[in-house]
Design a protein around this ligand. Structure first.
Ligand SMILES: CC(C)(COP(=O)(O)OP(=O)(O)OC[C@H]1O[C@@H](n2cnc3c(N)ncnc32)[C@H](O)[C@@H]1OP(=O)(O)O)[C@@H](O)C(=O)NCCC(=O)NCCS
Length: 321
């Protein structure tokens, strides 16, 4: 059995590798849109096969547009009804070695339930067994929300807004530090503990900068008439959808429903961007299942929970994987 990247002229081999024939259209469309945005490349699509036979398994790298090293595994499929460990273990071992060679320090893989396009992740228990056997560890679980409303809630006018361009990067990073205090989001909390609040906010800002957005979409909000900082909202446009990348309220202003005002403003920004772009991208956002206040706020604002996502990651800097 041998793992190899497929050539640009062999993509059908990857698309048809294992998944059900019903899903090929969705996988093909997903690949085309990811190639177009730079999140995937044909040479990042791998199959494993015995001699020249039909592939037994497949997986691909995904990354944020603009990044040179892989960030996550997508479209993982091996014979889930058969020898999934025997095929999956060498396949993942080989691609993680390749990811390390390309400079990745960590690789993520997410499992969405219920199974949905384009990954159709049936057999979740077997997937987890395979991932954990190769060194992946559970990181956090999020609820996934989608905007299903007609019109965003009216922003009640309690706040005055200033854009990133108006306040500058330093003030914005400092506001990210303040709103992240006491967060119930596991990933943000762990980054704060690891790097310290200031550095964690700076890295979070830099990560966000890599996701497509207009600087005018990112806004700080202030109380009226005092002009005290209340919070922030950061709408953004990843390759496949539009999202609220981050929203937060400073600790001393929490419990007054300001998150509703910020979400109304952010949702309106995304809807306007979608109308201007003339596309049909869905509006989607994730929040840690532990962050009940945030999940409740999404639902009040017209965002419906449509799925759950479990995030796994593997550290490539140690010898474990
Ligand atoms: C999640 C968050 C945006 C909610 O903002 P908010 O404007 O305080 O929201 P609400 O006014 O609806 O209050 C939410 C809950 O927090 C509680 N709360 C009140 N005062 C609080 C305080 N000082 N500190 C923390 N929570 C408080 C409220 O009682 C309310 O609970 P309830 O639903 O049981 O009544 C805010 O807590 C926050 O910024 N957290 C850190 C950043 C974060 O996690 N962002 C989301 C990541 S995707």
């Amino acid at each position: 059995m041998r793992t190899r990247p497929v050539g640009a002229d062999e993509l059908d081999l990857f698309v048809e590798a294992t998944g059900s024939p019903d899903h090929r259209k969705e996988v093909r469309q997903y690949l085309q849109s990811m190639f177009a945005t730079g999140s995937m490349r044909p040479e990042w699509c791998f199959v494993t096969q015995e001699e020249e036979d039909r592939p037994l398994g497949r997986v691909a790298f995904w990354t944020l547009p603009g990044m040179e090293e892989p960030f996550a595994l997508v479209l993982l499929d091996v014979p889930w009804g058969g020898d999934y460990m025997g095929v999956g273990t060498p396949l993942l071992g080989d691609v993680l070695n390749e990811a390390r060679r390309l400079g990745a320090k960590e690789i993520e893989h997410v499992l969405d339930a219920p199974p949905m396009q384009p990954q159709f992740q049936h057999h979740p228990e077997k997937r987890v067994e395979l991932l954990e056997s190769i060194g992946f560890a559970f990181r956090r679980e999020t609820g996934r929300f989608e905007w299903r409303g007609e019109k965003p809630n009216t922003e009640p006018g309690r706040l005055s807004f200033r854009t990133l361009e108006e306040v500058g990067d330093e003030a914005f990073v400092d506001a990210m530090r303040r709103v992240s205090e006491g967060t119930l989001d596991r990933e943000i909390r762990e980054e704060r503990e690891k790097l310290g609040p200031r550095e964690a906010a700076r890295e979070f800002f830099e990560d966000a900068q890599r996701v497509k957005h207009e600087p005018s979409w990112w806004r700080l909000a202030y109380s009226k008439p005092e002009g005290d900082l209340v919070g922030l909202v950061m709408p953004a446009e990843p390759p496949a959808f539009l999202t609220i990348f981050y929203v937060g309220v400073v600790p001393e202003m929490r419990g007054r429903g300001y998150v509703d005002d910020l979400l109304a403003a952010g949702t309106a920004t995304l809807l306007a961007a979608r109308a201007k772009g003339g596309n049909k991208k869905p509006l989607r956002a994730d929040t840690d299942v532990a962050n009940a206040a945030m999940a409740a706020a999404f639902e009040r604002a017209g965002w419906a929970r449509f799925a759950g996502r479990r995030e796994y990651s593997v550290d490539l800097t140690s010898d474990g994987a």
